[in-house]
Ligand binder design. Structure first.
Ligand SMILES: *Cc1c(COP(=O)(O)O)cnc(C)c1O
Length: 234
């Protein structure tokens, strides 16, 4: 193993251990929580090294970059997740290319993804991104519009709503994010009751706050920096 490979696998092992510890401390099982390794702005070779170490789930945020990496790594059965903000004009490019799209936040986007998934003859898993902080500039559907979006999604045959996703504001103290994570879980439970459906996944928690997210019910943590180090250019 070269240095980078050693570094990456050690980092991932550390994240796994922390996830397991956080789960254990709140009475959950570690295998209820999937680790999505957020590889955006890091080279495909990093992904390949973690793949060799047995990791499969990777998250990307930029369409062009993600598709280029998929092509470069096309022989590998990677579980790709699209977690970045998605413009309507790029919807056609991502539908059918990812295990799940975490950033669906409008009926327009949902409609475009559904149409493309139908053309491809696939059912696309999606998360609704909720702006639980009510931040103006952030993507994500506002809480007040969530029921209508859920209802609309339930009518789209080629999309499957699997979960909710949140990206709370940044806090130096991870405890600051806790109310937003708790809120996302409450909203998921509310939608389950309202529509008599199951929304099994909560995509929440990043490098700085995944322990807190796990305590609040996260089923998928999206961890970049703690696995890959700082992103180039940041
Ligand atoms: C970049 C990114 C992450 C990973 O953030 P880290 O702090 O590096 O772990 C998680 N989720 C989303 C939506 C991101 O864009």
């Amino acid at each position: 193993m070269n240095n980078r490979e050693t570094e990456l696998t050690e980092n991932l092992d550390e994240v796994k251990a922390e996830v397991a510890d956080a789960a254990f401390r709140c009475g959950r099982k570690a295998d209820e929580i999937k680790i999505c390794a957020v590889s955006k702005l890091h080279p495909a070779s990093d992904i390949e090294m973690l793949y060799r170490a047995g990791h499969r789930c990777f998250g990307e945020s930029y369409v062009q970059e993600a598709l280029a990496k998929q092509e470069e790594l096309s022989g590998l059965d990677i579980d790709w997740h699209f977690i970045g903000g998605l413009q309507s004009k790029k919807a056609r490019q991502v539908a059918g290319m990812f295990s799940a799209i975490h950033s669906v936040d409008s009926s327009k986007l949902a409609g475009l993804l559904n149409r493309r998934a139908a053309e491809l003859g696939v059912v696309q898993n999606i998360f609704i991104q909720v702006n639980t902080a009510g931040e103006e500039q952030k993507s994500g559907v506002g809480e007040e519009s969530l029921p209508a979006l859920v209802e609309e999604l339930l009518g789209l045959e080629n999309l499957k709503l699997v979960g909710l996703m949140a990206l709370p504001p940044f806090f130096d103290d991870p405890e600051g994010a806790r109310p937003y994570f708790a809120r996302l879980r409450m909203l998921a439970e509310g939608m389950e009751k309202l529509f008599d459906i199951r929304i099994p996944e909560l995509s929440m928690g990043m490098t700085g706050d995944f322990r807190v997210a796990i305590e609040e019910g996260s089923t998928m943590v999206r961890v970049g920096t703690k696995i890959f180090g700082r992103r180039p250019g940041y």
